[in-house]
Design a protein around this ligand. Sequence first.
Ligand code: GDP
Ligand code: MN
Length: 387
Amino acid sequence: MDLFEYQGKQYFARYGIPISQGEVADSVEEAVAVAERIGYPVVIKAQVQVGGRGKAGGVKLAADRSEAELHASNILGLDIKGHVVKRLWVERATDIAKEYYASFTLDRAAKQYLSMVSARGGVDIEQVAEEEPAAIARTHVNPLDGLDLETARDIVRRAELDEVAREEAAAILVKLYRCYVDGDADLVEVNPLVLTTAGRVHALDAKVTLDDDAAFRHPEWEELAGAAEMDDRERLAKDKGLQYIGLDGTVGIIANGAGLAMSTLDVVNQVGGSAANFLDIGGGANADVMADALEVINTDQNVRSILVNIFGGIVRCDEVARGIVTALGRVEEGWPIVLRLDGTNAAAARQIIEDYGSDRIISEATMLSAARKAVEIAAAGGRGERS
Ligand code: GDP
Ligand code: MN
């Protein structure tokens, strides 16, 4: 789960990381009221879960009431890379001397945490990472050792942060590490971490991604999730208890098991198509789950074909086939379904599908041929023929 900047900042604040004083606002009137309470100049910031808000006009300084009104009304409703701004964060403006970058994430290959710190933070950090990777100090942190202040000091020195900033930046880095570990985050990122003209260091932006699989031990996350941005497909899938991730291709995917679902995505790509989603229906490929899955995929405007890829191990293919037939009885309308059933009782399953005799279902023997067929149908705008 990604947090909005204001949630990330409130989270940082609980760990003692300094942030600017601010409040959320959902209307122009509220934004002005907050600005008046905080005192000018203020910064008005779009709350959307996408980077590059500054460049898109979603971050503006306001020196007085009329500027606050103007910027708030311009930013509310603004479309930033497909995310429409519904909420603002208004905070006291900072006089910036330098913009740095700091983050913690997981380096899976190294089986260690990775800290990245740079003296070249700000809106062009991606460019810096690409053109001058040496300007970012990368340091692995062994989860068993943790991060102590000495190491943090060493990191900010190697990152060539200005001397006056180093002691505060190192202390912030240690707190950020606590945020990352104690908070079960996948990513904590501060860009920019600023040195103010008064010589203080604080977080001017916050990007936090929490590990959803740790939600069971964080009842406090429920409140954060309430505000989360989710597209309609993801919301529906969540309500139905499905493991679903929306993508932007044209082939809807249903598979049992996360590994098989991922392979299916790969094969669809390999044959020149693009997946509309990742959907793992797990072991319980019964009629209810199948109907739910088809219903969720049907809400996706981009989908033109559906690829159902089931390998029967413990789950028996004939049961899956009956599930599909029952599900189709309930969700009649929809795009052609290319079906690959293999494993336990596959022959019986194919017979069930054959007997059902729906023009909507096209059976294929292998994952590759099924992917080809689904991609072909999607490319033809959803028109398929039974083979
Ligand atoms: P992003 O573009 O989505 O990463 O949004 P940020 O919160 O990082 O803001 C983008 C840029 O706006 C920052 O890199 C700063 O240069 C600028 N900015 C943000 N807050 C302030 C502020 O309080 N004062 C000043 N002068 N600039 C700010
Ligand atoms: Mn930023």
